[in-house]
Design a protein around this ligand. Structure first.
Ligand SMILES: [Zn+2]
Length: 135
């Protein structure tokens, strides 16, 4: 994947972050998910007074894409307001790896700095649907 693609996804994630609903944590997050046919779906975190119901930006983007009929993903960019690059939480790693271990996960900041991992790299030895087949 090209650096231009990474940068475009990061820009879309920054835009998506503006819609974050984060009154409790004050930690807005934006995500931009690229499908294999080059569609982009964005997401932001959506918090709730019952904290456990909070949904992260990455999962919002994935669920939005799936609801629209897409389930083949190439990459996802994630941006927070931190200068330090923030990687996805465990729940989001599990949701992302459901759709493949080679999805590029681009974590960036608003200064344009970023680092790229793969979904498999961030969740080694993961639980998968293949294991369910062994029951
Ligand atoms: Zn998460």
């Amino acid at each position: 994947m090209t650096i231009t693609t990474y940068r475009e996804l990061l820009e879309r994630a920054i835009e998506a972050k503006k819609n974050a609903y984060a009154p409790y944590s004050k930690f807005p997050v934006g995500a931009a998910l690229l499908t294999t046919d080059n569609s982009i779906f964005t997401g932001c975190n959506v918090e709730n007074a019952s904290y456990g119901l909070t949904n992260c930006a990455e999962r919002t983007a994935v669920y939005t894409a799936v609801a629209a009929g897409y389930s083949n993903f190439k990459a996802i960019a994630i941006v927070t307001n931190l200068e330090e690059l923030a990687t996805p939480c465990g729940a989001c790693r599990q949701v992302l790896i459901e759709f493949g271990s080679e999805i590029d996960i681009i974590v960036g900041n608003e200064k344009g700095e970023y680092q790229v991992y793969t979904s498999g790299e961030l969740l080694p030895s993961c639980f998968s649907g293949e294991q369910l087949g062994n029951l």
